[in-house]
Design a protein. Structure first.
Ligand code: SF4
Length: 322
């Protein structure tokens, strides 16, 4: 039976807004506001939402690349929010991240060999020969060749650079990989190659992914379950097919109604959301979606809806399902 590898409970990340001549705190941006979910071993959990909804901040807060403001993150039953920096550094071997922009995330002055060797050295592989062998092995695993080790990032295409990023993330055999928009910067033709590679690696190395993206078709392709975020909050979380066949939250319904269909003549009920997304520095009261929700009720302005199960394995934060 699958067991949870990661449990996120009430995660918050608020950023201070400073102002005035002495830079005093004048407010805060609630980038992640009370987000809870569980990821099972070997699962791919997709997290979707528009840009600025807090999905990337959630990923980075889980790894403590940015310190969470509040909340608990348990990785393999261990509360990692209370670990010291050096304890956390040791644990990072098991928890890795793949970044969106493969060019910006690779040091342009380092060869691929140095880029992939670095995490090996940090985690105790002191023999240069062993490191070189491992780099060659990893390059083959991601569909490149050992001779690529002597090249620099600018000598690769975008897709190849992302393969290098994946090889670096896998260097120390992690258990959990947070994929932060790993294909958004790539051409559509290359996206599917990288997605297929990531699926293959998941099966081969029994990896668990949190796959963050804004493109619903990308997330649908790769995920087992999907969480939808809006303005720093998780508003719906369920299995992929349930989400696409029977979305419950009005925001998810609007998002899915905007996904292009292969047949333009197919009938569809497009939900048009009016106005801009409110600022996370000043989110609306009650349900943060009430200013745009076509089904908003009086209670929605006053009371924040709880994120709760409405069906087996289907969580929604909406007063329609009380
Ligand atoms: Fe719409 Fe109210 Fe549900 Fe929020 S709680 S999504 S405003 S119906």
């Amino acid at each position: 039976m699958q067991k949870p590898i990661l449990e996120v409970d009430g995660l918050k990340k608020y950023f201070d807004i400073k102002g005035g001549p002495i830079g005093r705190k004048v407010g805060e941006v609630k980038a992640v506001d009370d987000v809870s979910f569980t990821v099972m071993e070997g699962e791919i959990l997709g997290i979707v939402g528009e840009s600025g909804c807090g999905k990337s901040t959630t990923g980075k807060s889980i790894l403590r690349l940015i310190e969470p403001t509040e909340g608990k993150v348990k990785f393999q039953d261990q509360d990692i929010t209370s670990l010291t920096n050096s304890e956390m550094r040791r644990l990072r071997k098991d928890m890795q991240i793949i970044f969106q922009d493969p060019y910006a995330s690779l040091n342009p002055r380092h060869t691929v060999e140095k880029i992939i060797s670095e995490p090996l050295l940090v985690h105790g592989m002191t023999s240069a020969k062993q490191r070189l062998d491992r780099v060659g092995e990893l390059l083959e695993v991601v569909g490149l060749s050992p001779y690529h080790a002597k090249r620099y990032p600018h000598q690769f295409s975008g897709g190849q650079r992302q393969r290098v990023g994946i090889a670096r993330a896998l260097a120390n055999n992690p258990k959990l990989v947070i994929c932060d928009e790993p294909v958004s910067a790539l051409d559509v033709s290359i996206q599917s190659q990288i997605l297929n590679l990531m699926e293959k690696l998941r099966d081969e190395f029994n990896l668990t992914y949190i796959f963050i993206a804004h493109d619903l078709s990308v997330v649908k392709h790769i995920s087992d379950r999907i969480g939808v975020m809006y303005l720093g909050r998780m508003v719906e979380l369920t299995e992929k097919n349930k989400l696409y066949d029977n979305p419950k939250h009005p925001y998810t319904q609007a998002l899915l109604s905007a996904v292009p269909l292969p047949d333009p003549d197919m009938p569809r009920n497009r939900v048009i959301l009016k106005g801009d997304v409110p600022s996370p520095a000043n989110p609306p009261s009650g349900c943060a979606f009430h200013t745009k929700c076509p089904q908003a009720m009086d209670i929605c302005k006053e009371v924040r809806p709880a994120f709760q199960p409405v069906e087996d394995n289907h969580f929604v934060a909406c007063h329609l399902y009380k």
